[in-house]
Ligand binder design. Sequence first.
Ligand code: GDP
Length: 442
Amino acid sequence: MSKKYTIAIVGRPNVGKSTLFNRIVGSRKAIVNDISGVTRDRLYEKAEWNGVQFSLIDTGGISASEDVFVREIKEQAELAIAEADAIIFVVDGHSSLTQDDQLVAKILYRSKQKVYLVVNHLDNAEQHDYIYDFYALGLGDPYPVSAVHGNGVGDLLDQIIDDFKQNDDSAASPVDDDDQIRIAIIGRPNVGKSSIFNDLIQQNRAIVSDIQGTTRDAVDAQFQDDQGQRFTITDTAGIRKSGKIIESTEKYAVLRAQMAVEDADVVLVVIDASAGIQDQDKHIAGLATDEGRAVIIVVNKWDAIEKDDHSMQEFTAAIREEFKFLDYAPILFVSAKTNQRIKQIPEMVVQVDNNHKMRIQSSILNQTILDALALHPTPTKNGKRLRVYYATQVAVAPPTFAIFVNDPKLMHFSYERYLENQIRENFDFAGTPIRLRIRARK
Ligand code: GDP
């Protein structure tokens, strides 16, 4: 697996960070999460340059209110240092150096990552002289750029990607431990993510890694269960700085969740039983399903509510009602405070991870499909009947099945759902989404 890079764009407000972000990732529209119906902020996107894939973070989108400017700028720079492999620092070529620019620079001096100083708004070559002021920041040669017109952006990316490649060649290749399961813990602030994270580390054998890691290790930890299965776990609560978690805005929490989900095999969606299910819980859970990850719903603070014989059933029903798009996810009721059932998390993670990566033989799969067809006739449309010829699994993680038919337009949503359910009834896909691709047989 080749290394995945992250580039962060920082700078004081209104220097053109978002314009540069859009220029680099292209003009893709904001992604609407059609499951939870929430528009995602485009703070974090994948992009590619010269055949190298990377993720780009626009720290400018992580804004709170105007009166906390300075704190905000600091927070963005800290975020970039903690999360990125390279930092693009944008200043405005049409204005002189400001105190805020200097503030950002001061924080970036501490970063181990390379900082690319970009002087923006230089729309033509005559204006390139404007870059000289910015040498004063002490961050090397500035790159003249026009984010609006695109001038200079290619040169900048060429350089960044070149530097990535060079570093890769010189660095000892990192150990890519494919046997380990990567877990992300996501959820609203204060649902107990960090508490669960800490419990898991304490109850299992923590692995102290001597591999030179990324700065992201600040919130990553590795542990091993009694069977020797290794896990890497990411807490998305926030950047830890000398033991403290930097206070973070809501958008920032979503960004972290998005990044962690992308890297994970299994996602723990944590809900606070004492607070009940909230809209933001659904939004955050939607991030995991968007990426096709295996999911376990962890209901935390189970100690903190009044219970009777029906509580678990009632809460389960409420979750099933609110999280219809996660009907395949097992639910675990835990308490990070009393450690109740925390031990079951790794076991369940192993199970759903297996399901997520499971491969079904075509002959067995087709028997299931044949049985399903016999049980329920295929739909018709305008007098034409859907014919299903055969099915085959084309991918794992998540399991993806191609179903070959006479005409995909004849497939009805409810019939597709029926086939999915039949597959689920015959094979244990608990915890993982499965996808059907309806194809015309050639
Ligand atoms: P995070 O923001 O999701 O990481 O949440 P934290 O782990 O920081 O927990 C938020 C608050 O909830 C803290 O005051 C914890 O002590 C408390 N808390 C966490 N887990 C539990 C639990 O299982 N039961 C109870 N009663 N409180 C909990």
